[in-house]
Design a protein. Sequence first.
Length: 133
Amino acid sequence: LLRLIAAGLGGVAVIVLTCLLAAAAMRWCGAEKTNFSITKGLVCTVGCDGYFSRGAYMRYTLTAPAILFAVILLAALALPRSWFWVAWFWQMNNITLYMHRRLRRLPENIWIQDGGTVVTVYAPRDIGEMNRE
């Protein structure tokens, strides 16, 4: 029962930490002000009114998951082996690398506006390859 409670509370803590780290990473990558919101599916989102270059936004998408991965790994190493699945559950809540994978396929000269729930990519008109996967 203790492990189940720890897994649940740790899962909530991972979500909160992900939002806080994402806001800090967004500010580090150039955002002046960040906005927090919670969607109908109870997902915490972080957005801003600014625009990011592809490189800055890729740094943003990697910063929070990398830091959180290191924190969870250190916690997993400190916990007894019988608590492995608790730490594994925490790490599964840290799957936020989808945007980074998608951005790698896009050209360098794009601008990205992340409103939290909607991410808009702006590119020159002559790029015809963006919608192909």
